[in-house]
Design a protein around this ligand. Structure first.
Ligand SMILES: *[C@@H]1O[C@H](CO)[C@@H](O)[C@H](O)[C@H]1NC(C)=O
Ligand SMILES: *[C@@H]1O[C@H](CO)[C@@H](O)[C@H](O)[C@H]1NC(C)=O
Ligand SMILES: *[C@@H]1O[C@H](CO)[C@@H](O)[C@H](O)[C@H]1NC(C)=O
Ligand SMILES: *[C@@H]1O[C@H](CO)[C@@H](O)[C@H](O)[C@H]1NC(C)=O
Ligand SMILES: *[C@@H]1O[C@H](CO)[C@@H](O)[C@H](O)[C@H]1NC(C)=O
Ligand SMILES: *[C@@H]1O[C@H](CO)[C@@H](O)[C@H](O)[C@H]1NC(C)=O
Ligand SMILES: *[C@@H]1O[C@H](CO)[C@@H](O)[C@H](O)[C@H]1NC(C)=O
Length: 511
């Protein structure tokens, strides 16, 4: 096993050298630490994910009305839904709800919002018309697109919506239109044409939501408290004592403009990362910095700090240049640390939204930015997510860049066709299917492979501790064949099996 790994690494490096094409080749990449990475992710620390630590959101007023929350408004009186589907860009009402009846919130403060339709445009008052028609036109929200949501204190799912003209939206029963021309009587009766039942769809609980949810006065205190208590020096001691040798630390792009990041982000994550490096140095732990949230979001998920589920990363040169700037900032700052082991340029870019061309253009520039400051740090390139990509699509590109590594994530948890199978079948899936995927990637003459995320959790019910132990052991064995190594997702999590700390402390995983 060990021999096989070493052999693979040597083979890969020979490949790299023979493809290097006159590019200046660092000759000591990896020389400081040839050991395979056995890492844990510090998820939910410097890039918020609400499902990892839900209590972080507890103090937010109207914490169910955050950026990106999908909402529908059903008229209590006529039973129909506000809809952006109607012709001519006006809001109408329709009997059933689907995507055209769902609006994504942009939060201004706890009571004030913009509504983004599924087309990407914003709901607003038609200011050139009679001043009371509601349209879906604006590409950017302004005063005419700013609404208030008033909730019935006795039933928070009953709401009124106040338009920028100060009047409430109401449904006109006869022609099924909607207009902002009701003054309101303060009551919440069922036959009131301005009363809506609000229904919730997708919820995002990322860094954008938590910081904008608390707002500029409170968010800095809340985040500072979280950063300084969630991961502490003792965690690095724990990591060292339990057979791990590295951490993968997800960071967000705003860290590079600390101490004055753009709104709604707040300062302090850079200090926390500095602390991580000093603890890593003390306990001889390698650090893989992972740009988990890139400007504009590379996958529309909360873990990339998407505001409302859209993916805008990689669409313009400016955006890519800005991201290269973040990488260069981090490389320059930590290049001299004995613990800087690798820089991951971006996590899980989404296909087809992020094109392979634009991604490799970024990877080349990001690689060069790292090499300006470090000849020894590995440069990790994440495979794309999604349905339309090849697992080896980065190989020929990355083979030309000395010290590059490909990151792949394996989560059978999300494969719904496994939800009902037996434990035996599940473990067989790891030993056969997942092992075959790893085999293909590690024997295709590509760069070294890093399984940067995996977890010993499944959607099987009534499984025993012993089942989990076998499941974890199978993955450790299979993912241990990745030349660069692996990283568990994640160190701490209220969902116990997603917490490596809990799994180790309770004897589910032993390294
Ligand atoms: C929310 O923002 C609106 C528009 O800027 C402002 O009128 C209102 O006073 C704010 N409310 C709170 C609670 O800050
Ligand atoms: C807004 O009102 C103007 C004037 O009545 C009208 O020409 C225009 O079509 C309206 N916009 C929409 C999207 O209905
Ligand atoms: C790739 O980037 C170019 C600008 O450099 C942009 O015009 C294009 O839309 C991008 N393609 C995708 C699929 O993001
Ligand atoms: C890193 O070390 C080099 C060489 O010793 C030095 O020139 C440079 O200033 C250091 N950079 C930082 C950020 O400490
Ligand atoms: C999901 O699991 C099934 C086996 O139940 C397998 O055939 C399929 O390839 C898996 N899907 C993915 C995306 O790995
Ligand atoms: C799982 O199995 C149960 C009982 O056999 C069945 O009722 C259920 O529909 C199955 N679920 C899926 C997703 O196949
Ligand atoms: C759960 O597993 C135990 C032990 O295998 C078994 O005795 C019990 O019947 C199972 N319960 C359910 C609800 O399947």
């Amino acid at each position: 096993m060990k021999l096989f790994i070493i052999f693979s690494i040597i083979t890969c490096f020979c490949q790299l050298l023979s493809f290097s094409n006159g590019r200046s080749v660092p000759n000591n990449v990896g020389a400081s630490a040839p050991e395979q990475v056995k890492a844990v992710n510090l998820g939910g620390w410097l890039v918020t994910e609400g499902w990892i630590k839900p209590s972080l959101f507890d103090g937010i007023i109207n914490k169910d009305l955050l950026d990106g929350t999908g909402v529908q408004f059903q008229s209590v009186k006529v039973g129909k839904y506000l809809s952006a589907e109607g012709g001519g860009g006006t809001i109408t009402v329709v009997p059933t709800a689907s995507s055209s009846e769902s609006f994504r919130l942009w939060r201004i403060n706890e009571t004030t919002f913009n509504f983004r339709a599924s087309t990407g445009r914003f709901v607003g008052l038609n200011t050139t018309g009679n001043g009371k028609d509601i349209v879906v036109e604006a590409e950017e929200p302004g005063a005419a697109e700013t609404f208030q949501i008033l909730r019935n204190p006795n039933d928070l799912n009953r709401v009124r919506v106040r338009a920028p003209n100060g009047l409430f939206l109401q449904v006109k029963e006869k022609d099924e239109s909607v207009s902002a021309d009701y003054e309101g009587d303060g009551g919440w009766k069922d036959d009131d044409s301005s009363v809506f039942s609000i229904k919730f769809g997708r919820i995002l609980q990322g860094e954008y939501q938590v910081t904008n949810g608390y707002g500029p006065l409170i968010a800095p205190q809340v985040m500072k408290e979280h950063w300084s208590t969630y991961i502490v020096e003792d965690d690095f001691k724990f990591i060292k004592e339990n057979g791990l040798n590295a951490v993968r630390i997800p960071v967000g792009w705003w860290i590079a403009s600390d101490p004055s990041p753009p709104k709604p982000y707040v300062p302090g994550s850079l200090q926390a990362l500095d602390n991580a490096f000093s603890w890593a140095e003390k306990y001889d732990i390698k650090v893989i910095i992972d740009l988990h949230a890139a400007p504009g979001s590379q996958n529309g998920a909360e873990h990339s700090s998407s505001r409302d589920g859209s993916q805008e990363w990689g669409l313009t040169d400016n955006n890519i240049q800005q991201t290269v700037g973040v990488i260069e900032f981090l490389a320059a700052r930590y290049a001299n640390s004995s613990s800087l082991y690798a820089m991951e340029l971006i996590n899980e870019p989404m296909s087809p939204g992020v094109s392979l061309d634009n991604l490799t253009k970024y990877y080349q520039a990001g690689y060069d930015a790292v090499r300006k400051h470090s000849q020894t740090a590995y440069v990790v390139m994440s495979n794309r997510l999604g349905s339309s990509f090849e697992p080896t699509e980065l190989f020929s590109f990355a083979n030309r860049l000395e010290g590059s590594v490909i990151d792949v994530h394996y989560y059978p948890y999300y494969n719904t066709s496994l939800n009902n199978v037996t434990v035996e079948r599940y473990i067989e899936y790891i030993n056969n299917d997942e092992a075959e995927k790893v085999r293909q990637l590690t024997t295709s003459n590509g760069p070294p492979i890093f399984v940067g995320e995996w977890v010993a959790e499944w959607q099987l019910t009534n499984t025993s501790k012993e089942d989990y132990q076998r499941y974890a052991a199978a993955q450790l064995e299979v993912f241990g064949r990745a030349q660069f190594g692996w990283a568990y997702w994640t160190l701490k999590n209220v969902n116990i099996h997603w917490s490596l700390e809990w799994m180790i402390n309770n004897g589910y995983i032993k390294l």
